[in-house]
Design a protein around this ligand. Structure first.
Ligand code: GDD
Ligand code: MN
Length: 375
């Protein structure tokens, strides 16, 4: 059998009503677009409604269609990875079974990869894209989640829709063994683990589910939190920041037992927290996110730059408090709290951009390999 141009991967759970018409439509679209050599892999987790049986009835007529039946294993992302591992084509397209991802977009995704992209993302949020029948609340929540992801994960900023479940990848550009398919958002996982991919957005309109209902409930949120722990330094950064507050107060208290100079004690507390934060960021926070370009700079210089980030953060906190208190009648403690949040943001961004994850645009050398193997 010759190598197909693309493999379409459809993870399914209880999609018996959708899968038949979807497969028919895919075949129709692909043939109309002149892409006759393709394969479809349905990856079903033993759906009680017999989704896989429906797909297999189609494969009897059309050998380009297959269904992989997984027993004892569940999960959207791991189903997609199973599809990747069984794909015969150099390009894999991932899509849902419920018609929310219109098959008409598939040829555009395939062509985008054939024309040079490593990943083509079908996006709701670029000009020309959209969502059908969404309430303003749902739209707002999806937008907020997308924004949060972009703040958390730098690599997610290469597309307008990093949470899309509809995309195409050039399989040789991504490392499958690096993917942790526990996470729910497989595209995000791919982008985060492969930092130098060439990504292209393909706008489309997200439609309403045809039959059945969404399988992704509350677990989406817990899975997402777990996944962000893996792919973003932010949660660890917050934790270390909190520990720094404790160190700060502790050292100040100890110093005050030796001297009565409050300023000296305060500065000692601040410096101690900077040093302990720095050490923890080096060994814990950025362990998996450390970029070679930053590493080559040497520890002393990173320590210096981290001081700069911390100083900027302190100044931001103070100035925000001052400005808020001056122009509003807000309680100074609340103003200080707002200042701390802003100061934290400044510290985070500077730590990422100038101390530990620098050099994305220059070398794009990716995360340090040894660090990654350490999981
Ligand atoms: N094999 C397998 N195993 N498939 C699953 C599982 C599972 O445990 N859970 C869900 N699926 C299949 C569904 O049958 C469907 O084909 C597809 O994965 C997406 O599931 P939905 O339940 O339709 O998800 P959704 O519509 O809420 O979310 C979709 O849109 C989001 C964008 O808003 C997904 O594509 C998300 O990945 C995407 O982020
Ligand atoms: Mn859906």
């Amino acid at each position: 059998m010759s190598t197909p141009r693309a493999t379409i991967i459809i993870p399914t759970y209880n999609e018996a009503e959708n899968i038949g018409p979807l497969l028919d439509r895919i075949v129709e679209v692909m043939e109309k677009e002149g892409i006759e050599s393709f394969e479809v892999i349905v990856v079903d987790d033993d759906s009680p409604d017999g989704t896989c049986m429906v797909a297999r009835r189609r494969s009897e007529r059309d050998p380009r269609i297959r269904c992989i039946l997984r027993k004892g294993e569940k999960g959207l992302s791991s189903a997609v990875v199973t599809g990747f591992m069984n794909a015969r084509a150099p390009i894999a397209v991932v899509m849902d079974a419920d018609f929310q991802h219109p098959p008409e977009v598939i040829p555009r995704l395939i062509r985008a990869v054939e024309e040079g992209a490593d990943v083509a993302v079908a996006t709701r949020y670029a000009r020309g894209g959209g969502t059908e029948g969404w309430s303003p609340i749902r739209l707002l929540m999806s937008r907020a989640a997308t924004l949060a992801v972009k703040v958390l994960v730098r690599e997610a900023r290469v597309t307008s829709d990093p949470l899309s479940g509809f995309f195409a990848v050039r399989l040789k550009s991504i490392r499958l063994d690096d993917l942790k398919p526990k996470g729910f958002k497989i595209l995000l996982e791919i982008l985060a683990r492969n930092p130098c991919l060439k990504v292209k957005d393909v706008p489309y309109t997200f439609r309403e589910r045809r039959h059945g209902e969404s399988k992704l409930g509350f677990k989406v949120i817990t899975d997402f939190l777990r996944q962000s722990w893996e792919i973003s330094p932010m949660p660890r950064f917050l934790l270390v920041g909190a520990s720094g507050v404790v160190v700060n107060l502790l050292v100040m208290w100890l110093t005050l037992r030796l001297t009565s100079y409050v300023d000296v004690a305060s500065l000692a507390g601040i410096e101690a927290s900077i040093l302990s934060n720095y050490t923890l960021h080096e060994t814990f926070t950025f362990r998996h996110f450390f970029r070679r370009d930053c590493k080559e700079r040497g520890a002393l210089r990173r320590l210096l730059y981290y001081h700069r980030a911390s100083l900027a953060s302190i100044i931001t906190t103070y100035l925000s408090m001052r400005i808020l208190v001056t122009i509003t009648s807000i309680n100074p403690l609340i103003a200080q709290f707002v200042g701390i949040l802003l100061g934290f943001g400044v510290n985070y961004v500077l730590s990422v951009e100038t101390v530990w994850e620098c050099g994305r645009h220059g070398g794009c050398s990716g995360r340090v390999q040894e660090a990654r193997r350490g999981d």
